[in-house]
Design a protein around this ligand. Structure first.
Ligand SMILES: *[C@@H]1O[C@H](CO)[C@@H](O)[C@H](O)[C@H]1NC(C)=O
Ligand SMILES: *[C@@H]1O[C@H](CO)[C@@H](O)[C@H](O)[C@H]1NC(C)=O
Ligand SMILES: *[C@@H]1O[C@H](CO)[C@@H](O)[C@H](O)[C@H]1NC(C)=O
Ligand SMILES: *[C@@H]1O[C@H](CO)[C@@H](O)[C@H](O)[C@H]1NC(C)=O
Ligand SMILES: *[C@@H]1O[C@H](CO)[C@@H](O)[C@H](O)[C@H]1NC(C)=O
Ligand SMILES: *[C@@H]1O[C@H](CO)[C@@H](O)[C@H](O)[C@H]1NC(C)=O
Ligand SMILES: *[C@@H]1O[C@H](CO)[C@@H](O)[C@H](O)[C@H]1NC(C)=O
Length: 480
C-alpha cells in the first residue's frame, strides 16, 4: 500500500483458477459504495464538482459495535465523499447498504477548496472498538495518497464514546512519532480491560515509517519504537492481485493482542505487509517509555516465531481471545488463514498455519477482518490494488463482506483450540486449494524461491521486465 513504491507492472493475466470457499457466507456486496448525503441536491452537486467520484471510493477498514457496522474509505484518490461511515446491520436488509457518515456528513466532507481541516476527519484506514465502548482511530491527515499526496493536517488519534457519540479526546501525534513516509494505516490495537479504561494503551503501526507508536491514555503521551522486525522482507515484496503484479515495501501492519497472560501483560503478535514472518513482543516491553526504547529490550524482548510460508503475506490480523486463534488475510492467496496462539504457542511454521478459505473471484484483496460480540468473523474484500492501479468500474461487484461463526470456521482444522478432531499437517500450506483431494489440481509452491516460476513472476523478472518503474508513482498498464 506504500505510495512510494507503486511500481506497477501489469503482467500476465493468470489462469482463472477458482479456489474454494465453503466456510464464509457473503452477506453484503457493492459495485460502488454510495453515501447518505444531506439531500439529493448536495449529492448531485458533489458529483458535478467531482468532490464525489463514486468509483474512487474503496472501503478499507471495518469494525462493529452493537448493530453499527463501521466502514472506512481512505482518501487514496480524489472524490472520496466520506472517510468514516457505518450502516446498521439489523436495520438495513439491503444487500448493498448506503454508508452513513459518522459522526455526520459535514465532519467527513472535504470540498476542493477546503482550507480548514481542524474540524474534519480527513482519511481513516483502520478502526478499533475497545472494551470500554470507545472507538479509536488515527486520522492520517493524508489526501490523494497515490496522486498529489497531500498531508493537510498532522496525524491525530481520535477516541469517541460510542454510547453518547461524544468525542472523548483528540491527540495530535507527537512530531517525533512521524517521519517521511509515515502512514498510520495498520491494525491499531487497544490494550485495556473494562475495569481499567483509564489505563488504556494503543499500539499504532506505521507501515511507511517502519515504526511502532505507543500511546498511553493515562499520560496522554506517545513514544515511538524502532526495531528491525518492523521492516519488510525484500523477497516478499511482489504481490499479484487480480491479474496485476506490483512491488510493495510495506512494513509493520497486522497486529493482534492476546488475552492477559500470567504476568498480567498481553502478547502483541505482529507482521509486516511485505513479509511472511511472524513476530511477537510482550506488552511489558511496550507500556513503559524507558523500557520500550532500552537497547536490552530491543535485543531480547522481541520474538521471531516463524514463517507462514510462500505467498502468505498478510494485510490484517485479528486475534480471537476466546479460542486463541489468530486470523489473517492473504492477499496473495485471495483468502484468509489462521494459527492458534495457544495450541501452537511455540510452534509457528507453515504446517501449523491453515488456509481457511480462498476464492479467486470474490476474495480478491481480502483487506480487513474483525470479530463481533456474537463470535462471528467478518471479512472485507475490496480489490484495492485494482482500484489504485487500473481504476474500478461499476460493471462488476467490487467490495464484499463475508461472515461466518468462528467455531464453524475453524472446526476440523488445526486452528481449533482443543484440536481433538484435527491433527497437525491436515493441510499442506503449499497447496493452493483448500479441502481438495484432487491432486491434479494442487499447485505446488516452491519454498526456496518466493514465486513458482510457471505461474508467477520472480522478483528478478519483475525488476528486469520492460516498463518496470520501481520507485516511482508512474502507472504503466499493459494489457495482455
Ligand atoms: C468553496 O466552494 C463552494 C462551492 O463548491 C463555495 O460555495 C464556497 O463559497 C467556496 N468557499 C471558499 C472559501 O472559497
Ligand atoms: C492530550 O494531548 C493533546 C495534544 O495533542 C491535547 O490537545 C489534549 O488536550 C490532551 N488531553 C488531555 C485530556 O490531557
Ligand atoms: C514528544 O517527544 C519528545 C521527544 O521524544 C518528548 O520529549 C516529549 O515528551 C513528547 N511529548 C509527548 C506529549 O509525548
Ligand atoms: C536497560 O535495561 C537493562 C536491563 O533491565 C538495565 O540494566 C539498563 O540499565 C537499562 N539501560 C538504560 C539506559 O536504562
Ligand atoms: C475425495 O473427494 C471425493 C469427492 O469430493 C470423495 O467422494 C472422496 O471420498 C474423497 N477421497 C478421499 C480419500 O478423501
Ligand atoms: C481434478 O482437477 C482437474 C483440474 O482442475 C480436473 O480437470 C479434473 O477433472 C479433476 N478430477 C476429478 C476427479 O475431479
Ligand atoms: C525450487 O527453486 C529452486 C531455485 O530456483 C530450484 O533450484 C529447485 O529445483 C526448485 N525446486 C522444485 C521442487 O521445483
Amino acid at each position: 500500500m506504500n505510495r512510494i513504491i507503486s511500481t506497477i507492472l501489469i503482467f500476465i493475466l493468470f489462469d482463472n483458477i477458482c479456489g474454494q470457499n465453503t466456510r464464509l457466507r457473503e452477506r453484503y456486496s457493492w459495485r460502488t459504495v454510495d453515501f447518505q448525503f444531506p439531500d439529493e441536491r448536495t449529492r448531485q452537486a458533489a458529483i458535478n464538482s467531482r468532490d464525489y467520484i463514486p468509483n474512487n471510493n474503496v472501503p478499507l477498514g471495518i469494525e462493529m459495535w452493537r448493530d453499527r457496522f463501521f466502514i472506512t474509505v481512505p482518501r487514496w484518490l480524489t472524490g472520496i465523499a466520506s472517510t468514516l461511515n457505518y450502516f446498521r446491520i439489523n436495520g438495513d436488509f439491503n444487500q448493498s447498504p448506503t454508508l452513513i457518515p459518522y459522526p455526520n456528513f459535514e465532519a467527513n466532507y472535504i470540498r476542493a477548496n477546503e482550507t480548514n481541516y481542524q474540524n474534519k476527519i480527513v482519511s481513516v484506514f483502520r478502526l478499533k472498538v475497545d472494551a470500554c465502548d470507545r472507538l479509536w482511530f488515527v486520522d492520517t491527515g493524508l489526501i490523494d495518497i497515490i496522486g498529489a499526496y497531500r498531508q493537510v493536517i498532522a496525524p491525530r488519534l481520535f477516541i469517541v464514546d460510542l454510547r453518547t457519540d461524544r468525542l472523548i479526546r483528540v491527540y495530535t501525534l507527537n512530531s517525533s512519532d512521524v517521519s517521511e513516509g509515515t502512514i498510520f494505516g495498520g491494525n491499531m490495537v487497544v490494550d485495556v480491560t473494562a475495569d481499567t479504561c483509564n489505563q488504556a494503551f494503543a499500539y499504532i503501526p506505521d507501515f511507511g515509517g517502519y515504526r511502532l507508536v505507543v500511546y498511553s491514555y493515562e499520560q496522554n503521551q506517545s513514544w515511538r519504537i524502532k526495531h528491525p522486525y518492523f521492516y519488510f522482507d525484500p523477497f516478499a515484496t511482489p504481490f499479484y492481485v487480480g491479474g496485476l503484479v506490483f512491488l510493495w515495501t510495506d512494513g509493520v501492519f497486522g497486529m493482534g493482542l492476546s488475552a492477559i497472560q500470567s504476568d498480567n501483560f498481553r502478547i502483541l503478535y505482529f507482521t509486516s505487509i511485505s513479509s511472511t514472518y511472524q513476530f511477537s513482543v510482550s506488552t511489558r516491553f511496550l507500556r513503559d517509555r524507558n523500557i520500550a526504547t532500552n537497547t536490552t529490550t530491543l535485543l531480547q524482548g522481541y520474538q521471531f516465531l516463524g514463517n507462514r510460508g510462500s505467498n502468505m503475506q498478510t494485510t490484517a490480523h485479528m486475534l480471537d481471545e476466546r479460542t486463541g486463534t489468530l486470523f489473517y488475510t492473504l492477499p496473495n492467496r485471495n483468502g484468509i488463514g489462521c494459527w492458534n496462539t495457544i495450541r501452537f504457542r511455540n510452534d509457528f511454521r507453515p504446517e501449523t498455519n491453515f488456509i481457511l478459505a480462498t476464492d479467486d473471484v470474490t476474495m480478491i484483496f481480502p483487506n480487513d477482518i474483525i470479530t463481533d460480540d456474537a463470535n462471528n468473523l467478518w471479512l472485507l474484500s475490496d480489490r484495492l490494488p485494482v482500484s489504485n492501479i487500473r481504476g474500478l468500474t461499476n460493471a462488476e461487484v467490487n467490495h464484499r463482506l463475508f461472515m461466518a461463526p468462528i467455531d464453524d470456521l475453524i472446526q476440523g482444522t488445526i486452528c481449533e483450540p482443543n484440536g481433538l478432531n484435527s491433527r497437525i499437517s491436515t493441510q499442506n500450506i503449499n497447496t493452493r486449494f483448500v479441502g481438495s483431494n484432487n491432486t491434479s489440481s494442487i499447485l505446488k509452491f516452491n519454498d526456496s524461491i518466493n514465486f513458482p516460476t510457471k505461474k508467477y513472476a520472480t522478483l528478478e523478472q519483475i525488476l528486469k521486465s520492460e516498463g518496470s518503474t520501481y520507485g516511482t508513482k508512474e502507472k504503466i498498464v499493459k494489457t495482455v
